[in-house]
Design a protein around this ligand. Sequence first.
Ligand code: ASP
Ligand code: MG
Length: 410
Amino acid sequence: MSLVVQKYGGSSLANPDLIRNVARRVASAHDRSGQVVATVSAMGDLTDDLLKIASQVSDRPDPRELDVLLSTGELQSCALVAMALRSIGKRAVSLSGAQAGIRTDSSYGKAKISGLCPERIEQELKNNNIVIVAGFQGITEKMDITTLGRGASDLTAVALAAALKADRCEIYTDVDGIYTADPRMVPKAQKLDEIGFEEMLELASYGAKMNPRSIELGMVYNVPILVASSFEDLPGTLIHGGADMNIEVGEIRNRVRGIATEKEVAKVTVYSVVDRPGVAASLFEPLANADISVDVIVQNASVSGTTDLTFTVKSSDLDATMDVVRLVSKNLGMEDVGYSTGLAKVSIVGTGMQDSPGYAAKMFAALSEGNINIEMITTSEIRITCLVKEESTADAAKVLHEAFELDKTK
Ligand code: ASP
Ligand code: MG
């Protein structure tokens, strides 16, 4: 007998027929392996719909109340899947995040898991139940409901797999795996059979549709994650620790593994920042405290003692960012701040890029041939990211896919 943790995404649960399809899949996993814990997302676009309703009753919905509201989406799905399982003769029980023992801190909307007490799940498994856990949510020490961030049912799944020491973690979604680029933008994108945690982490952080924190957790606890379709029986993509070691001697693998794209990026500039120690810290600390993640940061060389500082945030964080930036820069005597929206990040990712020169040059050349202007650039050891206008995203992905010959990926 083995224990499988599965996750089904919102598009795989969007209507009653699909919910029954998921129930059948969970049931056959149970027939095969003996023990199944499945976590589910909210049906279809329900989370977006709930967010929209919230914005119609309040300009800035209270974060605690918003989490109570959003958590209900996943509760609906887990109850419905458990019902559907029972109707086909399986023993099943639904649990909220709180009942499943998912403890978090209290940063509403992006709470971090602080611990997992899986006793209730273990007890239900012992009672021969299939356990369906509401994804994307947990509970604070004070028993307040939290949510873990958009797309974070993936995180619930990996956390459960780690805590329960599951034999496998399987994420089922509307695509059949991880691709070299978003197939909707790049028709020639190829499905990868496997990918390493590090590469996947960069892809997921920069746009491939998976929750990056779930990959991080998988990496830390060494939980291999299978991403596959909930609609067809296809092999999917295995995300694991050893993918890069499988290159045979003499085989030359494309060192760029994939292209990530992320839209809805905003850029904020603080002009005439005084050039002395501590100024950047006094700006970024309050942003961190407000839980705003700042990305591409560029500080120009100082001319006559002042410099411009530009960074990017998610467009959805722009209002909160500007509140902080206006306040801090005013205190520092720098009142000239600006922002622009409608940007996107386009990245090339690959572990083989480290210590191999020429990737940046090739990337910039490809973008320039495609007549795409680069607004900002940032790199990690295994990634190069360019900021471009949002409307150029698909073109940029296409020219880079072509330039790095990703259509020839095996
Ligand atoms: N329903 C949540 C969202 O749409 C969580 C998830 O889908 O994983 O972000
Ligand atoms: Mg969803």
